[in-house]
Design a protein around this ligand. Structure first.
Ligand code: NAG
Ligand code: NAG
Ligand code: NAG
Length: 703
């Protein structure tokens, strides 16, 4: 984020932060304590599927007693609760964990609180070492990462890339099988093995949706979604954990709206149209085979083409007694959908005690978002229930478990894998339809609300846009078994996969202003034609515009040229540093051989910059940029901690002004009001090239 220029000394541990470089996102750390702690945290992420072999940590894991140290935690209620769960028995190690299962969730929340309420770093560390060895690995990984990003003293630390920590959820079973074989054939010495991997679409020809697997299975995309849910868990109480400043409910809506819009642009590049609509009463058309396998060896459940959903079909003969009522998913989702739909039409929501909450007195999208996500901030979670949790279970086609600790969740029931299944988008489209309906009932923006008097965009220029596939390596060594006496550093296995990327580009916006103005610039990319080449109307396309960038800008009187490069775009971040590189850099910094230099986005999450542009076509495909400049309006939130160098949950740093997310496309458009001089549409063509073509044409400078 560009407006956050200066780092502050927010806590002792990163006081030696230094900023350098053009992008202003880079930072340097040489603080010893910070580096040691970062190293210690990383150690706990290594080989999480196995016990920790380190002797010192083993000692802590064996001797540390939570109950005896209750004073080391800020909240004794939380400690007592965890201890009582622990004594009753948690999910055992080696079993599959999913936050979407009721008992698993109770335990994860309880463990999270234990970490969160540890009084100091030392207590946190000991608790974590203990849990790393005594608690289920999936449970530990989830609760620990969630706690780290929410704690005052750890939110600036970098979480390692989840696709390296838990490769099982990101790479096909055949890749991991190969990795295992390399391990067995390994006979010592420093050695790196490389596995060339394809997406599942290459050898499964289940249905046409599979051809988008290069996008749906992109590890960066899936990691992004996983991190979103680490920072904003659906079960988290907004009061207790300070999420209220972040426009949580609205953010829920916007995340999914933008994900679907981005997916649509990718679909267009492959001659597909809108994500299809499905009906609960008809068989679900698109099957899904994940090609994934759990570390236990169990395969992910699959869904055949034309899968019937109703209770008497999908669940025939299975146990329905489970506390979560998953056996009744088909009816539950319809109950929730109907209630939400009725509530939006009626204009009032019921609270638990029967009071009415007006949905239209002002823009209440936040209330609606919390209600539909059914998080603890919802006006009535019981009544407006967790639609998406039941929806995931229903469409994922997982089996009803007989035992709460023997579950086989579908791809939809893990954040790491949900985006891979095309059903995800169909489910969330249904959910979004409710938001869209709500927004349609709000008045369209008037000319005056859109206009910026005295400001005119004269011209918009952008470089030629190219996308290509290039190789990306990730280290999957964590997916193979490592015996205790083994030197971790010597054996290494990587998966090499082609991922979509684009040439960085620069754009220039020429703006005339009649005076000095504090402005906000919004930049979008959207469709122009549908999959048949027909020009789309504003109403048809407005919800498929993807926000590329939003930033504050001080307009000078007269002519202004605003220049931005795709590397600076607010929400788009580079790939995370690989675990090993990060670890080496930290050791290097501790030995004073080099200082640790990182992108500050590493300690937060963002959409992968690689996927900024849709693939486009070889012969070029026309899309549209849209730019609008509006007066800056200070956010209505209490301005706590606005100057954090790092993003921080709860500070409202996900937005820089007071406009609705998605403004001005979020409401119905009245075309004669929409054409304001401070906005501009610009057609652009996106070309898809092979990287060889790009290289050879670069030499001639004429792609
Ligand atoms: C302590 O934890 C309990 C259980 O999570 C919670 O209800 C309570 O609000 C917490 N108290 C404080 C002071 O944070
Ligand atoms: C990936 O799929 C393509 C197309 O089927 C094939 O040509 C290629 O050999 C495959 N690569 C690997 C590593 O399996
Ligand atoms: C271009 O060539 C370089 C050097 O041969 C190579 O590393 C790179 O992957 C190629 N492709 C692109 C798109 O730069």
């Amino acid at each position: 984020m560009k407006i956050v220029v200066i780092f502050l000394c927010l806590c002792g541990s990163i006081s030696s932060l230094q900023e350098y470089g053009v992008g202003q996102r880079k930072f340097k750390v040489s603080d010893k304590l910070f580096l040691e702690r970062q190293r210690d945290l990383l150690d706990l992420y290594r080989n999480v599927n196995q016990l920790d072999f380190d002797e010192n940590r083993q000692k802590i894991a064996k001797s540390y007693a939570i109950e005896a140290n209750v004073d080391a935690y800020v909240n004794s209620t939380a400690v007592k609760q965890f201890v009582s769960y622990y004594k009753l028995g948690l999910l055992p190690r080696g079993e599959i964990f999913s936050i979407f299962y009721y008992e698993h969730r109770l335990q994860a929340i309880s463990l999270f609180k234990l970490f969160y309420y540890a009084r100091d770093f030392d207590t946190l560390y000991k608790t974590a070492v203990w849990a790393r060895n005594n608690v289920n690995e999936g449970l530990f990984l989830y609760a620990f990462s969630t706690a780290l990003v929410h704690r005052d003293d750890t939110f600036t630390f970098v979480l390692p890339p989840i696709y390296e920590i838990y490769p099982f959820y990101f790479y096909n079973s055949e890749d991991l099988e190969k990795a295992q074989r390399y391990k067995q054939a390994y006979s010592g010495g420093a050695k790196t093995y490389t596995i060339y991997s394809n997406y599942s679409g290459y050898y499964l020809n289940l249905n046409k949706e599979q051809s988008l697997s290069y996008f749906l299975e992109d590890v960066g995309l899936n990691a992004f979604y996983y991190y979103c849910n680490i920072y904003y868990p659906f079960w988290m109480d907004g009061d207790e954990f300070k999420l209220k400043n972040d426009r949580r409910g609205e953010q829920y809506y916007y995340l999914y709206q933008q994900l679907l819009a981005r997916y649509y642009l990718e679909r267009l590049s492959n001659d597909f149209g809108e994500v299809e609509f499905f009906n609960y009463d008809e068989p679900f058309k698109y099957g899904y085979y994940s090609s994934l396998r759990y570390p236990t060896g169990l395969a992910f459940p699959n869904r055949p083409n034309y899968a019937p959903l109703s209770e008497t079909r999908a669940n025939f003969g299975q146990s329905w007694t489970y506390k979560s009522a998953f056996g009744y998913s088909y009816s539950r989702v319809q109950d929730f959908e109907r209630r939400i739909s009725d509530t939006i039409d009626a204009g009032f929501a019921f609270t638990k005690s029967g009071k009415l909450v007006d949905l239209y007195s002002s823009d209440q999208i936040n209330v609606l978002g919390n209600m539909i996500e059914s998080n603890p901030d919802s006006v009535n979670p019981r009544y407006y229930g967790p639609w998406d949790i039941y929806g995931r279970h229903l469409l994922g086609y997982s089996y009803q478990p007989l035992d709460k600790y023997k579950v086989a969740p579908s791809a939809l029931e893990h954040f790491e894998t949900a985006l891979r299944d095309p059903a995800f988008y169909q489910l969330y489209k249904k959910i979004l339809m409710q938001f869209f309906k709500y927004k349609i009932y709000l008045p369209p923006y008037t000319y005056n609300e859109l206009n910026f008097p005295g400001v005119k965009i004269e011209k918009f220029e952008v470089d030629k846009l190219f996308t290509y596939f290039d190789y990306f390596d990730s280290d999957v060594t964590n997916a193979v078994y490592t015996p205790p006496n083994f030197q971790w550093d010597n054996f290494k296995v990587k998966v090499r996969q082609q991922r979509l990327n684009h040439k960085p580009f620069t754009l220039k916006i020429y703006v005339n202003s009649d005076k000095v103005n504090d402005a906000v610039v919004r930049l979008f990319l959207g469709p122009k034609y549908d999959e048949y080449g027909r020009k789309l109307t504003m109403t048809e396309k407005r919800l498929n515009f993807v926000e590329l960038d939003t930033f504050r800008y001080k307009l000078q009187s007269g002519e202004n040229v605003i220049e931005r490069t795709s590397r600076d775009f607010y929400w788009y971040v580079p790939d995370k540093t690989s675990y090993r590189d990060l670890y080496k850099k930290i050791l290097g910094a501790l030995d004073n051989t080099e200082s640790l230099q990182l992108d500050s986005s590493e300690a937060f999450y963002g959409f992968p910059n690689r996927l900024l542009l849709p693939k486009g076509k070889r012969e070029g495909q026309v899309f549209q940029f849209y730019v609008i400049i509006n007066p800056y309006q200070a956010p209505g939130r209490q301005e706590v901690q606005q100057d954090y160098y790092f993003h921080r949950v709860g500070t409202g740093m996900n937005y820089i002004d007071n406009y609705a997310f998605g403004f001005p496309f979020d409401r119905t458009i009245v075309s004669y009001d929409f054409k304001v001089p401070n906005s501009k549409f610009q057609d652009v063509t996106i070309y898809h090239k092979s990287s060889d073509d790009l290289n050879s044409s670069q030499a001639q400078n004429e792609p």
